[in-house]
Design a protein. Structure first.
Lengths: 180, 67
């Protein structure tokens, strides 16, 4: 599983794990639901207006059902592709590091890891009405010796709490480093 | 032209079987290897397979009436 692949150091504990806001995957589910119900709606529209279309769709009911199943199979698979993308994009905050795994399609994935002692600044961007109402936004972290956008993950729920958690972990980590 | 429709329908059905099998393997590989919990992966795989097998079963039944 994911935690085994990260190879946690001795004394390293996972403080929080966060995925993109659930609203975004629900939005994708809703749009796929619309795509799924479109053929039956068209079918009923056509059989209600047989004279207009000069075509009796009821005569082809088995074939249309068969084609609709192929359509649904495509929608069903697309739904799980979307869910995989959502489920495997994850931010992990530990007491030593920030780890971000990003799944891009099936065969491209990146795992970025930033040590807390290298973190310089953590910023939160909440942009737009929906983001404000549902409280999700982008978390950006700058590390020493790198460019401006070293690390970012968009659409994270409750980004201010995550920022506070990271800052708290950085402070505790600094104290431990100074003592040792 | 008419006998071509059931033939194509049958061809699509037998094409759909390996495609679903391949997607099941790909999903399983990703969820079990990179997922956070094994239980999530198992539940997701059961849900995916239930839906896919149900649709394939309906396709198989309607295949008898196509043509």
């Amino acid at each position: 599983m994911l935690v085994d692949r990260i190879n946690l150091e001795s004394g390293e504990e996972v403080l929080a794990m966060s995925r993109r806001h659930k609203f975004l995957i629900l939005l994708e589910c809703f749009s796929l639901l619309l795509v799924a119900v479109l053929p039956p709606v068209l079918y009923f529209f056509v059989i209600q207006n047989t004279e207009v279309f000069n075509f009796d769709a009821r005569a082809y009911f088995p074939l249309l059902t068969y084609l609709y199943c192929i359509w649904l199979l495509g929608v069903w698979t697309t739904l799980f592709v979307s869910w995989t993308d959502y489920y495997l994009d994850i931010l992990i905050i530990t007491n030593h590091r920030l780890i971000i795994t990003n799944q891009k399609g099936f065969w491209r994935r990146s795992i970025s890891s930033f040590r807390l002692e290298r973190l310089q600044e953590v910023n939160v961007e909440i942009d737009g009405l929906l983001s404000t109402l549902l409280d999700f936004g982008t978390l950006r972290a700058e590390t020493a010796g790198h460019g401006q956008d070293d690390f970012h993950m968009a659409n994270l729920p409750d980004p201010k709490r995550l920022k506070a958690l990271i800052m708290d972990a950085v402070e505790k980590h600094d104290v431990v480093m100074r003592v040792s | 032209m008419q006998p071509l429709v059931p033939l194509l329908a049958e061809l699509f059905f037998y094409l759909a079987l390996p495609i679903v099998a391949i997607y099941t393997l790909i999903f399983g590989y990703h969820w079990y290897n990179f997922g956070a919990k094994q239980s999530h992966a198992t539940i997701a795989l059961i849900i995916f397979l239930t839906g896919a097998v149900l649709l394939l079963a309906i396709m198989f039944v309607t295949l008898q009436y196509v043509g």
